[in-house]
Design a protein around this ligand. Structure first.
Ligand code: UD1
Length: 418
C-alpha cells in the first residue's frame, strides 16, 4: 500500500502553479457529449476522477485525444447510452452524465450511485427535475432506466436546495430541450458559470449563470468549441493552508482570487496576510495562527464545504478555540479522528465541531478518510513535529495533481513510498 511520508515542521517558501478545477472539468467533459463535433478542453487536471470521466466518454463511443492538459473529445457519433457499474462506482459524481446522455440519445441506463464517504448522496433533486422535463425514469434492481419520446421538454424547475450536481444535470438536459427551462434556486458556484460558458461557446442560449435564476432557451444542436477550465479554488485553498500551517509564504499562480471571497477573510482573521493580483495570490503566515471564530459552510458565495477540513487543520494549531458548523453534508467530519491522532483537540456534536488549538501537533500514522479530509491531514502533517505516515492515498489522487511535487519544490519533505 502506498504511503506518503511527511517530515513536518518545515517552513514553505516559493511559488506553485494551480491546476484546472476538477469540479468544472467533470461536468464540462460530460457536456462534450452534447456537441456534434470536437471540443477541446484546456487546463484539464490529470486526476483519477477526470480519467474516469474520459473512460465513460470512451465507453459511450466518443474519441478522446490528450495533449498535455488539453483533452479533445469528439462526440460525433456516440453509440451507447449506458454507464457500467464499475465506472459509476469509481466516481460518484458520474450521475452528472445522466442529463447529457438522455438529451443526446433519448435514453440512459446507469447504476444508482449510492452513498459515499461524505454520507448518503441522494439524487432525488436530479431525478425529479429530469422527470419534470419528460424523462421517464424507472428505478429497478439498483439501476436507473431512462427514456424520453423525442426531445426533453423545457419547463420551470424549482430546486428545494441549490444543489450543484442537480443544477448541472438540468443545464445539460435543458440546452437542447424544446422550449425554455427556468431553474429557480440554482447553484451559483463558479463551476456552474464555467459550465454555462462552455455550453454557450458550443451554441447554447443561457442567461443568469452565477445567479439564483438561470434561464435556458433550448437549441436544436450544439457544436464543438475550445474552452479553458477555471482554476481550482479548493486546490488554491489547500496551498494557502500549506503556507499558513508552516509559517511560510507561497505565491500561488494561475488562480482566481474573485472565487475566494468567502475564504480570504478567514485566513486574514487567523493572522495571514494576503495580496492578490489578476491571477496571483501571495499568502504569508504569521509566527502562530490565531483562532477563527466561526466557519459555517454554505452554498456559494458562502464558505465552501470542500474547504472545511483544510481550515480545521489550521485551527488545530491556532491560538484559541474555533467553531465549525457543517451545513452542507451530513457526515463530513471523518478527518477529525485522524487529526486527533496527531494531537489535535476536537469535539464533534452533530454538525458542530469545536477545535481547541494546541501549540504543536506530532507526527503519527494516519489515513485519508476522503479527498479533502486527506488534504487536511497533509496540512496537519506539514505542521507536525516529526514523521507522519499517510495511507489510503487514492482519495488524494481524485483531486490533486502532483501535490507532493508542488509541496516539495517549496521546501516540504514528502516521500511517496510505494
Ligand atoms: C458538488 C461538488 C462537491 C461539493 C458539493 C457542495 C462536484 C463533482 N462535487 O457535489 O465537491 O462538496 O458540490 O459544494 O462538483 N442533495 C440532495 N438531493 C440531491 C442532490 C443533493 O439532498 O438530489 C444534498 C446532498 O446530500 C448534500 C447537498 O444537497 O447534502 C449538497 O449537494 P450538491 O450541491 O448536490 O453536491 P454535489 O453536486 O454532489
Amino acid at each position: 500500500m502506498a504511503r506518503l511520508i511527511i517530515e513536518g515542521g518545515r517552513r514553505l517558501n516559493g511559488a506553485v502553479h494551480i491546476h484546472g478545477a476538477k469540479n468544472s472539468a467533470l461536468p464540462i467533459l460530460a457536456a462534450t457529449l452534447l456537441a456534434h463535433g470536437v471540443c477541446e478542453i484546456e487546463n484539464c487536471p490529470a486526476l483519477s476522477d477526470v480519467r474516469a470521466a474520459t473512460e465513460i466518454l470512451r465507453h459511450l463511443g466518443c474519441e478522446i485525444r490528450k495533449d498535455g492538459a488539453c483533452v479533445a473529445v469528439d462526440a460525433t457519433a456516440p453509440c451507447r447510452s449506458d454507464i457500467p457499474d464499475a465506472l459509476m462506482r469509481e466516481m460518484r459524481s458520474s450521475i452528472v452524465f445522466l442529463g447529457a446522455i438522455a438529451a443526446r440519445t433519448g435514453e440512459a441506463e446507469l447504476s444508482f450511485p449510492g452513498g459515499c464517504e461524505l454520507g448518503p448522496r441522494p439524487i432525488d433533486l436530479h431525478l425529479s427535475a429530469l422527470r419534470q422535463m419528460g424523462l421517464r425514469i424507472d428505478e429497478e434492481g439498483g439501476k436507473l432506466c431512462c427514456r424520453v419520446n423525442g426531445r426533453l421538454a423545457g419547463c420551470p424547475i424549482t430546486l428545494s436546495f441549490p444543489s450543484v450536481g442537480a443544477t448541472e444535470n438540468i443545464l445539460l438536459a435543458a440546452v437542447t430541450a424544446t422550449g425554455t427551462t427556468t431553474i429557480y434556486n440554482a447553484a451559483r458556484e463558479p463551476e456552474i458559470v464555467d459550465l454555462c460558458e462552455f455550453l454557450t461557446a458550443c451554441g447554447a442560449r443561457i442567461r443568469g449563470a452565477g445567479e439564483s435564476t438561470i434561464v435556458v432557451d433550448g437549441v436544436e444542436r450544439l457544436n464543438g468549441c475550445r474552452h479553458r477550465v477555471i482554476p481550482d479554488r479548493i486546490e488554491t485553498v489547500t496551498y494557502m493552508g500549506a503556507a499558513a500551517v508552516t509559517g511560510g509564504s507561497l505565491l500561488l499562480r494561475g488562480v482566481c482570487p474573485r472565487h475566494l471571497q468567502a475564504v480570504m477573510p478567514l485566513f486574514e482573521e487567523m493572522g495571514c496576510s494576503l495580496a492578490s493580483w489578476d491571477d496571483e495570490l501571495l499568502v504569508s503566515a504569521p509566527g502562530r495562527l490565531r483562532r477563527v471564530k466561526t466557519v459555517r459552510t454554505l452554498p456559494y458565495p458562502g464558505f465552501p464545504t470542500d474547504a472545511q477540513a483544510l481550515l480545521m487543520a489550521m485551527a488545530c494549531i491556532a491560538e484559541g478555540t474555533s467553531v465549525f458548523i457543517e451545513t452542507i453534508f451530513e457526515s463530513r467530519y471523518k478527518h477529525v479522528g485522524e487529526l486527533m491522532r496527531l494531537g489535535a483537540r476536537i469535539k464533534v456534536e452533530g454538525r458542530v465541531a469545536v477545535v481547541e488549538g494546541v501549540p504543536q501537533l506530532s507526527g503519527a500514522p494516519v489515513q485519508c478518510t476522503d479527498l479533502r479530509g486527506g488534504a487536511a491531514l497533509v496540512l496537519a502533517g506539514l505542521a507536525a513535529q516529526g514523521r507522519t505516515e499517510l495511507g489510503e492515498l487514492y482519495h488524494l489522487e481524485r483531486g490533486y495533481e502532483a501535490m507532493a511535487e508542488g509541496l516539495t519544490q517549496t521546501g516540504a519533505s514528502l516521500i511517496l513510498e510505494e
